[in-house]
Ligand binder design. Structure first.
Ligand code: UDX
Length: 439
């Protein structure tokens, strides 16, 4: 392999990218400013839950293709291509994204860049960021114009990160020169020869592809959840509605699952940052619909609490509520903007006794919400519960036996926040079953 790669930032995105690129045969050096995280990665101990990544990390560490460091000097010395994979979280109290971690990477790396290299941004950013960082890079690097920037947005989903990285639907690169394009074509050659489409654009288009994709996905989820609201008012069934819509190939069934809506570290903050950036550009009207997408999404959480209170007899006081799920979605330990935890905290604030269980996100939930109570299994938290809420559709919850669970609860009340359970089976076992958007 001709190029040596660095990956700057080893969170969900960076850890996955580093391990996957090493697995393709590249020599990869991962960098993070968090020394504890680097120590764990060096020991082959993945700090996050991501199916399949553990094995990839260990295999490539052992093969010597993958190493980790906290030194920018070492990274600059080592790498021909530097991938920036740091986060761009929502600024507290604002809609805008905080791009300061990206600036920090550029400011730390650039002064050590004394030879030709390519820096590739993968983070999700407000359009215009790449042009700004490109200028900064050239200004701060001793190698000056020999250092170039490219923008290469990442579309991976948590829970499927390895598959999405190694077999992406498409690769998008925003470049300012043919040289940068040539280098990235070589880096991604294994995927390109396998037929993955490549779209070569300028910086702003590449940046926008990512935010537009996430805005579309969020809109699709909020569309079906808006239909769920109408179904509730009209006594119709949104699950059947969604199924019927999905057979229209122009609509398709993916991202059309009605329920508690979207959360996580990406969709909610990305649509808000997109609106904020459009406002700065004088194009806020174009994205005003995203405000509605966000509002519909947040209303689902409120509706979930209302349904639970109804089943609790009008008040949560003296009521034991079992919450199944803490992660923002199954197959992840990520609790950032988790609808499940939002609902749990809300019910607790209204006087309910809430006990939460999640197969992998419990530690993260405990740290973020020490005020909640936790249990070690679905049966544990459901013991003596008056209402059970399914808020994250982990397979082990979908497979729960309604008869068995019914034996431990105080009352057989279930609110299925993800439309994941077999309503008939639960009703047949004597449960009062309610779901979002269904009669
Ligand atoms: C998302 C994008 O899918 C990915 O391309 C981008 O790179 C990062 O953001 P991720 O946040 O990992 O990925 O999760 P995703 O699988 O997209 O789910 C997002 C949220 O939408 C979850 O809370 C999920 O429960 C919810 N969702 C998804 C629905 O409520 N209904 C659906 O039909 C699909």
């Amino acid at each position: 392999m001709p190029y040596r790669l660095t990956v700057l930032g080893t969170g969900y995105l960076g850890a996955t990218h580093a391990a996957c690129m090493a697995d393709l045969g590249f020599e990869v050096l991962g960098l993070d400013v968090d020394a504890a995280k680097i120590a764990r990665l060096r020991a082959g101990d993945l700090p996050i839950y991501e199916p399949g990544l553990d094995e990839l990390l260990k295999r490539n560490l052992e093969a010597g293709r993958l190493r980790f460091t906290t030194s920018y000097e070492e990274a600059a010395e080592f790498g021909d291509v530097h991938f920036i994979c740091v986060g761009t979280p929502q600024k507290p109290g604002e809609y805008a994204a905080d791009t300061s971690y990206l600036d920090a990477v550029v400011e730390s790396l650039a002064p050590h860049l004394t030879r030709e290299c390519l820096v590739v941004g993968k983070s999700t950013v407000p359009v215009g960021t790449a042009a700004r960082l490109a200028e900064k890079l050239v200004r701060l690097a001793p190698a000056g114009e020999q250092v170039e920037l490219a923008w290469n947005p990442e579309f991976l989903r948590e829970g499927y990160a390895v598959r999405d990285t190694l077999h992406p639907d498409r690769i998008v690169i925003g470049v300012a020169s043919e040289k940068a394009e040539k280098i990235l074509r070589e880096v991604y050659a294994p995927m390109l020869t396998a037929g993955v489409p490549l779209i070569v654009t300028d910086y702003p288009t590449a940046e926008l592809v990512k935010t537009a994709a996430n805005a579309f996905l969020a809109t699709k989820i909020s569309f079906i959840n808006a239909m769920a609201e109408v179904c509730e008012a009209a006594h119709a069934d949104v699950k059947q509605l969604s199924l019927a819509l999905s057979y229209d190939e122009r609509i398709g069934g993916k991202f059309l699952n009605p329920g508690l809506g979207f959360g996580g570290g990406c969709l909610p903050k990305d649509i808000r940052a997109f609106m904020a950036r459009a406002g700065e550009l004088g194009a806020d009207q174009a994205l005003s619909f995203l405000r509605e997408v966000d509002a519909i999404n947040m209303r689902r959480r409120a509706r979930m609490v209302d349904l639970a209170r109804e089943l609790a007899g009008g008040s949560f006081h003296g009521c034991n509520v079992a919450v199944l799920g803490a992660a923002f979605k199954p197959n992840s330990d990520d609790i950032r903007d988790s609808p499940a935890l939002d609902v749990a905290v809300n019910i607790r604030n209204q006087g309910g006794r809430v006990r939460v269980y999640d197969p992998v996100a419990l530690d993260n939930a405990r740290r973020a919400h020490p005020e909640l109570e936790y249990g070690e299994s679905a049966f544990d938290v459901a013991r003596a519960a008056h209402v059970v809420l399914l808020l994250t559709e982990w397979q082990e919850f979908v497979e729960l036996d309604p008869e068995e669970l019914g034996r431990v609860v105080a009352e057989r009340n279930m609110v299925d926040g993800r439309n994941a359970l077999d309503a008939e089976a639960w009703r047949a076992a004597g449960w009062h079953y309610r779901a979002l958007g269904r009669p």
